[in-house]
Every structure is written in C-alpha cells, then in structure tokens.
Design a protein around this ligand. Structure first.
Ligand SMILES: NC(=O)c1ccc[n+]([C@@H]2O[C@H](COP(=O)([O-])OP(=O)(O)OC[C@H]3O[C@@H](n4cnc5c(N)ncnc54)[C@H](O)[C@@H]3O)[C@@H](O)[C@H]2O)c1
Length: 355
C-alpha cells in the first residue's frame, strides 16, 4: 500500500500513513512527437506518476530530461520493461514496434497502454489479448478521440435517440503530411474514425471496400474507405496526406436529425440540424411523395477537457478498480481487422472484403 508522509504533532517526527490507493507507476517507451503528451498527462494525475522514459534517440532523452528532470531516462527498453518500480508501460513508438514492446511488457507483468493502431496484424492483437487475460493484466489502446468532449456528446445524442436510427457516417480527415514511413495513410489516420464508429454505432460492419493510391514514398497517401453495416447503415472515410488544407469534418445522418462535427471549430464543434426527408405514398414510383423537413439548427455544449488527461485517468482507474476498459485490446483488434481488410481491398482495386 502507498504511503504519504505526515508530521505527528505529539512526537514531531514524520510518520507514514497509508493513502487510499497506491499510485500507478508508469514507464513510457517512445518520446518522439506523441510521447511527451503521454508523459505530461500520466504525470499530472494524482493517482499516477511517470518513473521512467525510454527512447532510442539521445536527442529525445535530452528533451525528456529537460522537461522532467526527476524522471529516470534510458535508451534500453529492456531496462524499463524489467524495472520492479514500473506497474504499467505506455508504448508510444511507431506501429511496427507495438507488438514486440507490448508483449515484453505483459510478459514482465506490466499493464499496457498502447498507441493506436494497436498492432500491425490481427494475429498479434489476438495474441496480446490472450496473454493479458492469462496474466490478469489490462490493455488499453489509445483511441484518444473517444475521450474528447465532441465524441462523448455525439455518443449521448446517438444513445438518447436524438438522431434516430443512423443512416450514415461520412468523415473527411485530410491535411498536408505528416508522411509516415512505416504505415500508409489508412493506418495513420483512419484508426481515429474507425474507433469513433466502433464506439458510436452499435452494429459492427460486415464488409469493406477501399480504394487508394501512392504517389511519393511507396505507401498509399490518399484513400477512400467504405464500410457496409447491417440495416443499410453506411460509413465512409476519406483520408489524405496530400491535401492543401486541413479538414476534419464528419457528417452523421440519422432518421430524425443530422449532425455536422467540425473538429477544427473552436466553439460550436457540433451542429445538429432538424432536417430530413420523408417518403410517403403508394407502392408505385409515381405515387411516391418526397417531403423535406427543414427545422432549427442547434449547437450542443461540448465539454472542453484534454482528452488524453481523461483517458490516462480512466486507465489508472481501470487498473486500481480491476475493471476492463471499453477501449481495450478487443476494441483495438476490431480496428486492426478493418485496417487489414481495407489494405486487402486496395490491393484488389476496390474489391469487396467481408469481415
Ligand atoms: N492517439 C493519437 O492521437 C496519436 C497521435 C500521434 C501519434 N500517435 C501514435 O503514437 C505512436 C508514435 O507516434 P509519433 O508520431 O510520436 O512517432 P515519432 O516517430 O515522433 O516518435 C517515436 C519515438 O519512439 C522512439 N522509438 C522507436 N522504437 C523504439 C524502441 N524500440 N525503443 C525505444 N524507443 C523507440 C523513436 O526514437 C522516437 O523518438 C504511433 O503509434 C502513432 O500512431 C497517436
């Protein structure tokens, strides 16, 4: 049990009293672009602290040391993975290395917080899930968007029936760069939408069709993914590293209302439109009456919190309460399965791949 120092007034010496819960001690592997955010957030929580940071690059370690002089740094992942004062490991390295590092962490008895996408292959994800179960350890996949105020608000609007039955989810996630070398644009950007869709839409997709093309460094830099769901629900994701402008816009159409989410808007990220189409009339085409409903638009309040802070807190909570996170290894696996299917479909120039 963790202890906190207190001064006993009677004898005037520091004595140790037990705190309610032991702080989770985190080791972070990878201090490139995203790693510093992970370190800052786990370090900023009351119930966790970062005790060690590992990166192969000495430049990265220097940056870590400057920002957090009290945190131990190492270039040897094994040292961090074997450290007895590390309870959980955050894997914030390129995708190809997630499996090896996460596996080693689990084998050393550490809980794992791993970046999206979970692994490069479905079999790797399955193996990690099985290993974590066997060792009674947690896996959380960093599907950061699920912790944003916008996505949590949209989930409420879906769950409380405001939008009605969903017709479609259509997302545009494009910008210039950042070109990745180990993954194509689908594996880089689509995990965001795939995890959001997994969270918002109760049904799971049945088939994937994807097209895409490579222009510069041998991996697809633009892609269009279509997901077929039961009950005519359809999903579409447009990802592109070659766009002159940054766009983060999602349309979600429902039977009752339609929603526009522009993540680049500072305020009013979400707009709900009371618009729709109703079809009535007889069976024959010429009997059909189409009526359009155009009502009010409203912008629901969206909570402004740092998503990663909430997510880090949730990970720590799941460890301390021994609960399974909703963004667990299985959620990561569902995303990886669709990414693999999309790659397969692209190779077949838009072939239908059943899930
Ligand atoms: N959740 C999000 O919104 C989000 C955002 C950005 C990146 N990411 C994910 O974070 C991961 C890292 O992305 P990034 O943009 O920070 O990459 P990056 O290349 O900027 O940083 C990766 C760092 O890992 C280090 N590294 C690589 N292999 C290592 C090893 N075996 N041992 C120790 N250090 C090692 C590298 O030296 C580098 O400093 C990726 O999986 C990416 O998909 C997630």
């Amino acid at each position: 049990m963790a202890t906190v120092p207190r001064v006993d007034s009677e004898v005037n010496v520091p004595v140790e009293v037990p705190s309610s819960k032991q702080a989770v001690r985190v080791g972070v592997i990878g201090y490139g672009y995203w790693g510093p955010n992970i370190v800052r957030n786990f370090n900023g929580l009351e119930q966790s602290r970062v005790v060690s940071v590992c990166d192969k690059s000495t430049k990265a370690l220097r940056r870590a040391n400057q920002a957090h002089p009290h945190i131990r740094v190492t270039s040897d992942a094994q040292e961090l993975l074997r450290a007895t004062d590390v309870d959980a490991v955050a894997v914030v390295t390129p995708v190809w290395s997630h499996y090896e590092l996460a596996k080693a962490a689990l084998e050393n008895g550490k809980h794992v917080f791993v970046e999206k996408p979970f692994t490069c292959k479905r079999e790797q994800a399955e193996e990690l899930i099985e290993l974590a179960e066997r060792k009674h350890l947690k896996i959380m996949v960093d599907h950061t968007f699920l912790f944003t105020g916008a996505v949590r608000r949209i989930r409420q609007l879906v769950d409380d029936g405001t939008l009605g039955d969903l017709y479609y989810y259509d997302s545009m996630r494009v910008n210039l760069g950042l070109f990745q070398h180990d993954v194509n644009v689908i594996w880089d950007l689509a995990p965001h939408d795939l995890s959001i869709m997994d969270y918002l839409i109760k049904e799971k997709p049945q088939a994937v069709v994807a097209t895409g093309e490579r222009h510069l460094n041998g991996v697809a830099d633009i892609a269009f993914i279509t997901l077929y769901y039961p009950n005519n629900m359809i999903g579409h994701i447009n990802v592109n590293w070659l766009s002159p402008v940054k766009v983060r816009t999602t349309l979600i159409g429902g039977e009752k209302k339609m929603l526009l989410w522009n993540d680049l808007e500072a305020d009013e990220k979400i707009k709900v439109y009371d618009k729709g189409v109703e079809i009535s009339g007889g069976q024959a085409v010429y009997d059909t009456l189409v009526s359009y409903r155009t009502g009010d638009m409203w912008a629901p309040k969206v909570e402004q919190v740092e998503a990663l802070r909430l997510e880090a807190g949730y990970f720590v909570d799941c460890i301390q309460k021994d609960e399974t996170p909703f963004n667990d290894g299985l959620a990561g696996l569902r995303v990886v399965q669709i990414l693999e299917a999309a790659d397969q479909s692209i190779r077949g120039k838009g072939a239908v791949v059943q899930l």
